[in-house]
Design a protein. Structure first.
Length: 184
């Protein structure tokens, strides 16, 4: 039994001796791969607000504002204003017996103005004024049937001008009053 221990001790000494003769490795151990960086997903761009589409202009909400009537030396005037400045006006000039439909546009790009009522639709050529803000105006005779269609429309009429959002205006008494002032 002693011989086994002696052989075991010799084998261990030889193994350690050989291991001591091998030079140590000079190459550094490879660095561990870095953990992938979690980046948050880029935020989605906000959706661009779009004007709602309506099957009929009569379904669109009315333009915010109110009519204001005033008598003038040469006739009368009804101005629709959504704030401080007017957006649309009907004016009677008794000297020329005409009614002007005026859109305060702020731009001189408008070439036509389309008027829509419950019973009539007509595109009217416009003339530009040099006023500030810019105005696009069409002139009608006081007996023009389009004026009756505006006054008697089912609660509202629409004014569409090139390059501007449409106006959906109530056909209140001020509108009829200007028309009647020019006819009378």
């Amino acid at each position: 039994m002693k011989a086994i221990y002696t052989q075991l001790a010799a084998a261990l000494a030889l193994t350690f001796g050989i291991a001591a003769c091998v030079p140590a490795s000079t190459a550094p151990l490879p660095a561990p791969a870095p953990a992938p960086v979690q980046r948050p997903a880029p935020p989605r761009p906000a959706p661009v607000p779009q004007a709602p589409a309506y099957d009929s202009w009569m379904d669109a909400p009315a333009t915010a504002g109110a009519w204001r009537y005033q008598r003038e030396a040469r006739g009368s005037l009804a101005v629709f204003a959504g704030g401080v400045a007017g957006e649309f006006a009907l004016s009677c000039n008794r000297d020329t017996r005409s009614i002007a439909l005026t859109r305060y546009s702020g731009t001189r790009a408008a070439q036509a103005m389309t008027i829509r009522s419950e019973t009539a639709t007509r595109s009217l050529p416009v003339t530009q004024s040099g006023a500030n803000p810019a105005q696009a105006a069409s002139t009608l005779a006081p007996t023009d049937p389009l004026l009756d269609a505006i006054a008697l429309s089912k609660g509202r009429f629409a004014v569409e001008t090139d390059g501007l959002p449409p106006l959906y205006l109530p056909s209140h008494a001020e509108v009829s009053r200007v028309i009647e002032d020019c006819r009378g």
